[in-house]
Design a protein around this ligand. Structure first.
Ligand SMILES: [Zn+2]
Length: 484
C-alpha cells in the first residue's frame, strides 16, 4: 500500500496569504494529504519531479460564459480545455435564461438541471454556475437554486432597455419575458439573496454579482458615437464611457446598502468605476462588497488590443479603455483594493467579430489567467507570488463559497495545482490557447511565466502545451459549507 497516489516533488509551493516554501506535496484520492519538506519516492505510486518550478493552487476563474453563442456541450469542452493552459482548474460560469444562451426562458427548475447535465462529461475543469433571475418568478426559485448548489446570482444593470448588439430599446430583447427588468426587480432580488445569506450565514457566502453599466446613459452615448462615425474599439469606449459604470455602481450601491445584500462589482474597467466602488466599500465597512477586474481591463487599451483591419476582436462589455485606466486598476490590485482578477471568458466566432456595431461582445482569455498575472503582475510590477495566487485563486474561491476546498494548497483541499515555469517566455498566438475561438486579441502579447503542467484533483490534465486528461470535471455545489 502506498501512502500517496501522486507526489509532486521539489516544488516552490505558493500558498495564498502565507508565502513560498520548498516542499513536496502528497496526494491521495484527489486531495492533498501531506505537505512535507521531503517525501520518499517509495511512499508514492507516481512521482512528478517539478525541479524547482513554482507550484500554485489551481486558479478559480469565477467569471466565465459557457454556452454563450454556442451549444453548452461544445462550449464546455473547448473553453475549459483552454482554461487548463492558464493553470485554471475550476471555472464558475454565468448563466441566464433568454437570448444568446438557451434561447428560452421559464422555470430554472426545468432549465438548470439541463444546464448541469449538458456540461457534465464535457468539462476538463471542475465547474459551477452563477444564475441570473431574469423574471419575477425566478426570484422565488432562489432558495431552491441554493439547495441545488448555486451560491451566487447576477443582475445586469444595462439590460434595462438594451440589447447586446446595439441600442435596441425593446426591454424583452434579452430577457425574453414581459416582466419589468428594473431597479424594482433588483431591490426584490437583493432582499431575497440577503435572506438566503442570513439563513446560511455560518455556512458560507451567498452573493449577488452586478454588471454595472447604466442603460439610460448608454442609450444617448451610443447614439452619439454612432452619429459621429467613430470606428473600432475607440468608438465603443466612447459609446459606453466610464460615467455609465459610475452611475450604475452608485445606483446598485444604494440598494445594496438598504438591503445589506452581499454584492460583487464585476469587471471594473475604468479608474472612475474602481474609485466609485472602492469609496462605497470604504464608507460602509459593515457591508460585504467584493471588487473584480479582468485581464483585458488590466492589460489592454482600445489601441493595444490586436485588431486586424475591419475586425473588432476586442469588443466587450464594459469596453477596453485607456492606459490611465490600466494604471489605476493595477495600482488598486497592488494595494489590495481589488479582490479578484478573472478572464470573463466568452468564446466568439471570428465571423461574428466584423463591424463594430454588429459584432458580438466578448472574447476568450482564461488561458492567460496565471501567465498574464505572473508576467505583468509579478515580473513587471513586483507583486509577490502568493498575492498573485490570492487574486486568481484564493480570493475568488472565497467570493463564491468554494474555499478552502478550492483556492489553496492545504491538507484536505482538492489537489488542484498549476506548475508554472516563471521564466518561460511565450508570445501569444491563438493556437497556444487551445480554445474554440480562432483568434486572440492578445495576439503577440509577450508573456514571461507559463504553466507547464495543470493537475486537477490529483489528475495530470495538461502538460507542455498538450491536454493529457479527460472531460471528467465535476459539478461543485456552493457554498461548499451548505453542501458538505
Ligand atoms: Zn461576463
Amino acid at each position: 500500500m502506498s501512502d500517496f497516489d501522486l507526489v509532486v516533488k521539489n516544488g516552490k509551493v505558493v500558498t495564498p496569504y502565507v508565502g513560498v516554501t520548498d516542499a513536496d506535496i502528497g496526494i491521495l484520492d484527489g486531495k492533498i494529504s501531506a505537505i512535507e519538506s521531503s517525501i520518499d519516492d517509495d511512499r508514492a505510486k507516481e512521482v512528478i519531479d517539478v525541479e524547482g518550478k513554482a507550484v500554485f493552487p489551481g486558479a478559480c476563474d469565477v467569471h466565465f460564459h459557457i454556452g454563450i453563442y454556442h451549444p453548452i456541450e461544445e462550449s464546455a469542452e473547448n473553453e475549459t480545455r483552454s482554461s487548463l493552459v492558464g493553470g485554471v482548474t475550476t471555472i464558475v460560469s454565468y448563466f441566464r435564461s433568454g437570448s444568446h444562451y438557451l434561447e428560452r426562458t421559464g422555470s430554472y427548475k426545468e432549465l438548470f438541471p439541463e444546464v448541469v447535465s449538458r456540461t457534465t462529461g464535457h468539462a476538463y475543469t471542475d465547474f459551477s454556475y452563477h444564475i441570473a433571475a431574469m423574471e419575477n418568478s425566478q426570484i422565488d426559485e432562489i432558495e431552491w437554486l441554493v439547495e441545488q448548489g448555486v451560491g451566487s446570482f447576477k443582475y445586469f444593470m444595462f439590460y434595462k432597455g438594451m440589447n447586446l448588439h446595439g441600442n435596441n430599446t425593446d426591454p424583452k430583447a434579452m430577457t425574453m419575458t414581459g416582466d419589468p427588468y428594473d431597479l424594482g426587480h433588483l431591490y426584490k432580488y437583493m432582499k431575497k439573496v440577503k435572506e438566503m445569506q442570513d439563513k446560511y450565514a455560518d455556512k458560507g457566502r451567498i452573493s449577488l454579482s452586478l454588471h454595472c453599466e447604466h442603460a439610460e446613459l448608454l442609450r444617448i452615448f451610443l447614439e452619439e458615437a454612432r452619429e459621429k462615425g467613430i470606428d473600432g474599439l475607440q468608438g465603443y469606449h466612447e459609446g459606453r464611457p466610464a460615467l455609465t459604470e459610475q452611475l450604475a455602481i452608485t445606483e446598485a450601491a444604494v440598494l445594496a446598502k438598504a438591503t445589506e445584500c452581499p454584492v460583487n462589482f464585476l469587471h471594473l474597467s475604468s479608474q472612475e468605476a474602481f474609485e466609485t466602488a472602492d469609496e462605497f466599500r470604504r464608507l460602509n465597512p459593515q457591508l460585504d462588497v467584493v471588487t473584480e477586474t479582468t485581464l483585458h481591463h488590466l492589460a489592454l487599451t482600445w489601441e493595444t488590443s490586436y485588431e486586424p483591419e475591419g475586425r473588432t476582436w476586442g469588443k466587450v462589455n464594459p469596453p477596453i479603455r485607456e492606459a490611465k485606466d490600466n494604471d489605476a486598476l493595477w495600482a488598486a490590485v497592488e494595494q489590495g483594493r481589488i479582490d479578484q482578477v478573472v478572464s470573463d471568458h466568452a468564446c466568439v466566432e471570428e465571423e461574428n467579430k466584423g463591424g463594430l456595431w454588429e459584432a458580438y461582445a466578448g472574447f476568450g482569455g482564461t488561458a492567460l489567467l496565471y501567465p498574464l498575472m505572473i508576467s505583468d503582475g509579478h515580473h513587471k510590477r513586483g507583486i509577490k507570488l502568493e498575492k498573485i495566487a490570492e487574486l486568481v485563486s484564493a480570493n475568488p474561491a472565497q467570493t463564491v463559497g468554494l474555499y478552502p476546498k478550492k483556492g489553496t494548497i492545504a491538507v484536505g483541499s482538492d489537489a488542484d495545482l498549476a506548475i508554472i515555469d516563471l521564466d518561460k517566455e511565450q508570445k501569444v498566438t491563438a493556437d497556444l490557447l487551445l480554445s474554440g475561438q480562432q483568434f486572440s486579441n492578445f495576439q503577440d502579447y509577450e508573456i514571461k511565466g507559463w504553466p507547464v503542467m495543470t493537475i486537477r484533483r490529483g489528475e495530470l490534465m495538461y502538460k507542455d502545451g498538450e491536454v493529457v486528461g479527460t472531460t471528467s470535471g465535476e459539478f461543485i455545489k456552493r457554498p461548499i459549507g451548505v453542501h458538505k
